[in-house]
Design a protein around this ligand. Structure first.
Ligand code: SF4
Ligand code: SF4
Length: 166
């Protein structure tokens, strides 16, 4: 499925998702990188060494979720937009997701926008908490969005259009 549609399967996602125990402790990176390509900016961006050094540039990233503090440095450096940060301890009912976002215009803080799943389908409305737009040419803007916890593992992008969010 991934090769044909670009959408990972549940099995793919389970293989990279931190444990429930770690998720409930606070912010942590989720790396949805499933293909062996010559790429390692996630490793070089991480100054906590949570992402282990690659033996081979084509390796998949190997993250220690217990060492990761969810700083988000790797999110804006990943050219594949494969990383997000999940914070399931954000509030009683909401999780905070930090997602890479390369569309224009960027949303504004406090906007309500459409939360989309990995196939681009509408899931639920989400609230934009913060917009980080680094000026450096090689960094991707990061949106912090508050999502009902029930949908936190499903929302992976946002849409500012109508109906199906495209
Ligand atoms: S979120 Fe921060 S600590 Fe975690 S893997 Fe990325 S760069 Fe490292
Ligand atoms: S930077 Fe992104 S695409 Fe490249 S290896 Fe790391 S997670 Fe995968």
């Amino acid at each position: 499925m991934l090769e044909r549609t670009g959408v990972p399967t549940i099995k793919d996602l389970k293989s990279v998702m931190p444990s429930e125990e770690r998720l409930n402790k606070g912010p942590v990176a989720v790396i949805e990188c499933f293909q062996n390509i010559p790429c390692n900016p996630c490793y070089t961006a991480c100054n906590r060494n949570a992402i282990k050094e690659f033996d081979d540039i084509n390796d998949l990233p190997n993250i220690d979720h217990e060492v990761c503090n969810g700083c988000g440095l790797c999110v804006s450096k990943c050219p594949g937009l494969a990383i997000m940060v999940m914070d399931m301890a954000y509030s009683e009912n909401e999780a905070l997701l930090k997602i890479p976002y390369e569309f224009l215009p960027l949303p504004k803080e406090n906007d309500y926008v459409r939360g989309l799943d990995r196939e681009g389908k509408y899931v639920c409305d989400v609230r934009v908490i913060k917009v980080m737009n680094p000026k450096a040419f090689d960094k991707t803007p990061i949106l912090s969005i508050a999502v009902n916890k029930e949908f936190a593992k499903i929302v992976r992008n946002i849409g500012m259009g109508d109906e199906d969010g495209r």
